[in-house]
Design a protein around this ligand. Structure first.
Ligand code: NAD
Ligand code: ZN
Length: 381
């Protein structure tokens, strides 16, 4: 089968790989119809992890079921399905509580929790930027989509990751109707957090970034855009909130946070959130703050130890929630919102490319080139 393969930092190629196939009775085999490039793929693409050369990338996958193992009861051949980026078993201590982002079975390593397709440090699984994908524990990991799925792929494809992740940011931040909310980052995840806050009837949603094309997308759904290259974003948030600070904050950037000159400062958005959010306010962090450093003998990248201003955070009596989104906890309800036309997350899609052009998609998305907000790939062209 054709697949997008990681070969080294900023080197990905489309080439022939062995076909994905059913390996265990509980597996489902999916013909991928849509698979997206994610900001999380850039952690591998930019060479910040020890991902081995030859792995197929891609954790935002949807497609048609073409074969099911003997132990699969619920999912049927012909179903259109969305596949949560977290691979989970459904029966471990964490999955029992809905914490499928922290599955204890699927990482294949007793010291770890959480697995994903095509990801460094998250189990041995191949990604779905390919013609076919093996889905472990298929009955549990497939969200069967409504009848209009084939025609509305660019909406439903957001259910595998960025829509639930944006929603998760607002859950962690405990957004309630009438709240003021500030979101750092207007990438796909930040824009989905803005959509989620809007769906939860936030009174005012503010989105901070410096890319005009991305900020314009935030404005399209009624958010206030704040361009931090034009002045202090903290001052703007205070102006917009009568000097109090926002009730809630969401971090949707991660350790690649940089200043407007391009210098990386992993603690920049966290400190700005502490300053932008009111005393006793709540903050949800979905941006990724851990990675593996191929140069370090320590398997965990120490830049994950972000020295943000804990003292000020403490003094303000704020709370923080963070981590991987438990996609399964939200995807059925968010699917309902799409089906009923109450959420149309495809508004962020900038490019739909055949899989063969994936390397070009990676290059432009990684450079955050103007107009390259969300790239979705179709293996069949
Ligand atoms: P992205 O890289 O496209 O978007 C990040 C945005 O942040 C960019 O538009 C960039 O300009 C902006 N930015 C950089 N520094 C900034 C700063 N100081 N202030 C404000 N904005 C700044 O990525 P994405 O796809 O939107 O993903 C964002 C983060 O979410 C990544 O870390 C990704 O790995 C993570 N993520 C987490 C989960 C989860 O389950 N927790 C799931 C998916 C993605
Ligand atoms: Zn993703």
């Amino acid at each position: 089968m054709k697949a997008l393969v990681y070969e080294g930092p900023r080197e990905v190629v489309v080439r022939d790989m062995p076909d994905a196939r059913i390996e265990r009775p509980t597996d489902v085999l999916v013909r991928i119809t849509t698979t997206n490039i994610c900001g999380s793929d850039l952690h591998m693409y930019e060479g910040r992890t020890d991902l081995e050369s030859g792995r197929i990338l891609g954790h935002e996958n949807m497609g048609e079921v073409i074969e099911v193992g003997d132990g699969v009861d619920r999912v049927r051949v012909g179903d259109m399905v969305s596949l949560p980026f977290n691979i989970s078993c459904g029966f471990c201590r964490n999955c029992e509580h809905g914490l499928t982002g922290f599955c204890l079975t699927t990482p294949d390593d007793p010291t770890m929790a959480g697995a994903a397709y095509g990801f460094a440090g998250m189990g041995p699984y191949s990604g779905g930027q390919a013609e076919f994908l093996r889905v472990p524990y298929g009955d549990h990991n497939c969200l069967v989509l409504p009848e209009d799925a084939a025609e509305r792929q660019s909406d439903y494809t957001m259910l595998s990751d960025v829509f639930p992740t944006g929603w998760h940011a607002t859950q962690l931040a405990r957004v309630e109707p009438g709240d003021t909310v500030v979101i750092y980052g207007a990438g796909p995840v930040g824009l989905m957090a803005a959509l989620s806050a809007t769906l939860k009837s936030a009174a005012k949603v503010m989105v901070v970034d410096r890319h005009p094309d991305r900020l314009a997308l935030a404005e399209q759904i009624g958010a206030i855009s704040i361009d931090d290259s034009k002045g202090s974003p903290v001052d703007r948030v205070l102006e917009e909130t009568k000097g109090l600070g926002a009730d809630r904050g969401c971090e949707c950037v991660g350790y690649q946070a940089h200043d407007t000159q391009g210098n990386e400062h992993p603690n920049l958005t966290l400190n700005r959130l502490v300053d932008s959010v009111k005393f006793t306010g709540t903050i949800g962090v979905v941006g990724v703050f851990v990675a593996q450093d191929p140069k370090s003998p320590d398997p965990l990248y120490k830049e994950g130890e972000v020295a943000f201003d804990y003292g000020r955070f403490w003094f303000k009596g704020q709370s923080i929630g963070n981590g991987q989104a438990n996609v399964k906890d939200y995807n059925r309800q968010l699917c309902g919102l799409i089906e009923q036309g109450k959420a149309n997350p495809s508004w962020i899609v900038s490019h739909e490319l055949p899989l063969d052009r994936a390397p070009e998609g990676y290059r432009h998305f990684d450079a955050r080139d103007d107009g390259w907000t969300k790239v979705i790939l179709h293996p069949e062209g």
